[in-house]
Design a protein. Structure first.
Length: 480
């Protein structure tokens, strides 16, 4: 929790960055540019680097007619990394540069911002994390982000109290036990994602469900669109808690299993910000350096202040939720609730709130020996890149399973995955429909093989839902 003085300094720094963008839309130390870093791969800029620009990214659109004597050049603010293993290091790097920019905004406390407020000093400003696993101090968010006139407030976000269905989903999808189970899980790919070059697999569970849910459903508005998300100042505090979770995972398991250490993290940042030790240029475009220099927060000069309320539940508390009546880990298909249902509920689709936009099925033979097996939900390459959710259920082909009934959903749900799209044509290199939504079937199939189901054929059902326009066509397959 910030002191009154710390909050005043953070608000002052935020306001100065917004004022800079009002004066020069291309100022790399301004708020608009820092928001562009998240997902604006291209804008047209006067060669002078000075001028006005809307909040919108150009994304390669033909340059507008410039004033006489003005030359326009294409520049690259940034590409956020999603649906892969460098999701967490990339956003950690973004937070580092943003925090350094905030600190440099008024270190002497002598600048009067547009609110007419001078100071306090910003030299020790730190991005406060928003622990979204706990009830908010305000109506929906921390009170500081709901205060009228504050540079932390934002018009385009959900403002009303949580509806009962939202509260239920928040408690099961983004609750502390769900997050703790992710942190304690030994598989880095399950937590943080697969490398870009992997033949299958995409986002880690942290990104695909809690992260996507808070972005789209809980906060909404600009936060629900990857191309606009960082326009909302709560983006940075939201992702600071994502980074807190990342650090908790590193504290529990170390850095040995992290993948893609040499991946360059693309973005154009202010030249005055000190580069992180180990930085080398590369990637063919401006970058924040390689992922590996962000693995150790000691390299970045910060640590997290953890209160008792921020402590994650202990491993034995998580194990108790996942145990069957005998105290042994519950096996998929052998108890009334799957592992996913025990932690994260029976899925994102609620039949009481309307029909699913798409249901797809695939046959899944239960092998004697189970290697890594995933399901892939693939949309057409040229489909609109929209937000949607997929619940994956694995059930006996011989049974008449009714997925409108909670008991059936709780027993047979494997996982839920969310996809955050962005407005406009899909950027297929980063976020577009070319990347399938994956569900790991390895654990459930291992359980089924161990409990006498080898040789049977079960059915995998993908239930797609979301706000219009959600996908109405897609193919479900089993890989490899």
């Amino acid at each position: 929790m910030l002191t009154r003085e710390e909050l005043a300094a953070y608000e002052h720094a935020m306001q100065i960055l917004k004022d800079r963008s009002d004066a020069n839309g291309y100022d790399k130390a301004g708020y608009r540019w820092q928001a562009w870093v998240h997902n604006c791969p291209f804008i047209w800029q006067p060669s002078s680097g000075v001028g006005a620009h809307s909040d919108d990214c150009d994304r390669g659109d033909p340059p507008p007619d410039p004033p006489p004597g003005t030359n326009l050049v294409g520049v690259h603010p940034g590409n956020c990394e999603h649906f892969k293993d460098v999701f967490l290091p990339w956003h950690r790097a973004q937070l580092y540069y943003f925090e350094q920019t905030l600190r440099a905004s008024d270190p002497d406390g002598t600048v009067k911002d547009s609110r007419g407020i001078t100071g306090p000093s910003t030299k020790d400003v730190a991005i406060p994390f928003w622990n979204w696993t706990r009830p908010a101090s305000g109506t929906r968010f921390p009170k500081a982000f709901e205060k009228d006139g504050s540079p932390l407030n934002h018009d385009d976000r959900n403002k009303s109290p949580l509806e009962p269905w939202e509260r239920f989903l928040w408690q099961v999808i983004a609750g502390p036990h769900t997050i703790a189970a992710l942190v304690y899980h030994g598989d880095w790919k399950h937590f943080g994602g697969y490398p870009q070059e992997a033949p299958f697999g995409g986002a880690g569970y942290l990104e695909a469900l809690p992260h996507a849910f808070i972005h789209d459903t809980y906060v909404g508005g600009d936060m629900g669109d990857l191309s606009r998300a960082a326009r909302d100042p709560i983006f940075f505090s939201f992702h600071a808690y994502i980074d807190f979770i990342f650090q908790a995972r590193l504290d529990a398991h170390g850095m040995q299993s992290l993948t893609s250490p040499d991946q360059f993290l693309r973005a154009t940042q202010p030249a005055f910000v000190p580069t992180v030790p180990g930085y080398v240029p590369g990637a063919g475009l401006p970058s924040m350096g390689q992922a590996k220099i962000y693995f150790d927060i000691a390299n970045l000069g910060y640590r997290y202040e953890v209160t008792p309320d921020d402590q994650l539940p202990a491993p034995d508390a998580v194990a108790a939720i996942l145990a069957d009546a005998t105290g042994a880990p519950a096996r998929f298909g052998a108890t009334d609730k799957s592992r996913h249902a025990r932690l994260s509920g029976d899925g994102l689709f609620d039949p009481q709130r309307g029909r699913a936009t798409l249901i797809a099925n695939a046959a899944v033979p239960i092998p004697n020996s189970v290697g890594e097996i995933q399901a892939a939900f693939q949309r057409p390459h040229d489909a609109p890149d929209v937000n949607f959710m997929v619940d994956f259920f694995l059930h006996p082909s011989s049974l008449d399973v009714d997925l409108t009934q909670r008991a059936d959903r709780e027993k047979y749900i494997v996982t839920s995955q969310g996809h955050l799209g962005r407005s406009g044509p899909a950027d297929h290199s980063q976020h577009g429909t070319s990347k399938p939504v994956y569900a790991d079937l390895t654990g459930p199939l291992t359980d089924l093989a161990a409990t006498g189901h080898s040789g049977e054929t079960w059915t995998l059902t993908a239930v797609v839902s979301g706000q219009s326009p959600a996908p109405t066509f897609g193919a479900l397959s089993i890989v490899p």
